[in-house]
Design a protein around this ligand. Structure first.
Ligand SMILES: C[S@@+](CC[C@H](N)C(=O)[O-])C[C@H]1O[C@@H](n2cnc3c(N)ncnc32)[C@H](O)[C@@H]1O
Ligand code: SF4
Length: 341
């Protein structure tokens, strides 16, 4: 029998599991609390009897990541964490401090198989999906390291969240638990390169999360040049799924648009983008492309970035230029990668 990972359960699921092994459900609530107090093993759950701990030891496990390395940005205080997993894979997460609280960018897969040209996470392909417990533990370990509560989570580290749908769905249920991390859905962002079939499944959960779409081009032809997923789904398919998401959740969509000098940063690109997004409840995040060693993409000049933004705004599309955090520690968008010990 496969062991149950206690960090992969909601509070109710923990109680149900405890009941299934012939114990009182309130023991489940105790265990759940311990996990979020940072207990790493059953020994630390001191109000459980030795007998119960022994019994649990036969059926359960608790995922634990360890901090392998840490890099602190000298520019903005961002910290990049390299976590080693039990199978010796290494994933990366980033902690950013803002006025409104602490935000953590977590990985959802070891690597990624989507092949976007500008992104470091996909360079060595996909190794495996992360378990919900491994996503939860990135937050728990960072919280305990900085001794401060994490208030926002973005699924924007390595991996395509919707390519690991079931584990991400479970993660979303756990992370919101009142007696657990208690992070509200409005403080959670799921970012996708546009796996349209899974976008519908996500919308059907009717969670008021923020949905971010990595668009990066205003035409399918151009998008195909940098994002292989564009061969499977058109921008029109994505926009239809976005309209469905808004219908189900009443939430504004964010479009991520990495500006690459000489490729997608012209006035014409901006006008086409504005045309495509016209009338949609949305916001565009412009991200001057971050450098990765393997590619030669460059950020546009500051004036071209501003012009691009102005054109969107003139066409009533809200747009902001995202401040790049942690770029001196390779911790900015698209710079995270997978490694092996
Ligand atoms: C690494 S992805 C992870 C989430 C998901 N797979 C996605 O593509 O939306 C997070 C964001 O970083 C962006 N990104 C990737 N490489 C980048 C780069 N070199 N510069 C700026 N943004 C980048 C992605 O397009 C996406 O919007
Ligand atoms: S941008 Fe997202 S989907 Fe594309 S390769 Fe990077 S992590 Fe994967």
């Amino acid at each position: 029998m496969e062991r149950i990972d206690l960090k992969s359960l909601t509070e109710d699921q923990t109680k149900e599991f405890i009941k299934s092994i012939g114990e009182k459900p309130f023991r489940g609530a105790q265990i759940f609390k311990w996990i979020y107090k940072g207990a790493q093993n059953l020994e630390q759950m001191t109000d459980l009897s030795k007998e119960l701990r022994g019994k649990l030891d036969d059926f359960t496990t608790i995922a634990n990541l360890s901090i392998y390395k840490k890099f602190s940005s000298k520019i903005d205080g961002t910290i990049k964490y390299l976590f080693s997993l039990e199978d010796k894979n290494i994933i990366e997460s980033v902690m950013m401090k803002y006025k409104h609280g602490v935000s953590v960018c977590i990985s959802t897969q070891v690597g990624c198989r989507m092949g976007c040209k500008f992104c470091a996470s996909t360079i060595d392909g996909l190794k495996r999906n992360l378990k919900s417990s491994e996503m939860i533990d990135q937050i728990l370990k960072i919280q305990s390291d900085i001794n401060q509560r994490v208030s926002n989570v973005v699924l924007m580290g390595s991996g395509e969240p919707l390519d690991n749908f079931e584990q991400v769905k479970q993660f979303l249920a756990i992370v919101n638990e009142k007696n657990g991390l208690n992070i509200g859905y409005r403080h959670i962002t799921v970012s996708t390169c546009g796996l349209v079939d899974k976008m519908y499944k996500l919308s059907d959960l009717k969670l008021p999360i923020n949905l971010a779409i990595s668009l990066h081009a205003a035409t399918d032809e151009k998008r195909k040049e940098i994002m292989p997923i564009a061969n499977a789904y058109s921008i029109e398919d994505i926009l239809k799924a976005c309209r469905y998401h808004i219908e189900k959740t009443n939430r504004r969509i964010t479009f991520e648009y990495s500006l690459i000098k000489g490729f997608n940063d012209s006035k014409e690109d901006a006008k086409l983008l504005a045309q495509k997004l016209k009338g949609l409840l949305c916001h565009v995040n412009l991200i001057p492309v971050n450098k990765i060693d393997e590619r030669d993409y460059k950020k546009p000049d500051i004036n071209d970035i501003e012009t691009f933004k102005k054109i969107l705004k003139k066409n009533n599309i809200e747009a902001t230029v995202r401040r790049s955090m942690g770029s001196d520690i390779q911790g900015a968008c698209g710079q995270l990668r997978r490694r092996n010990l």
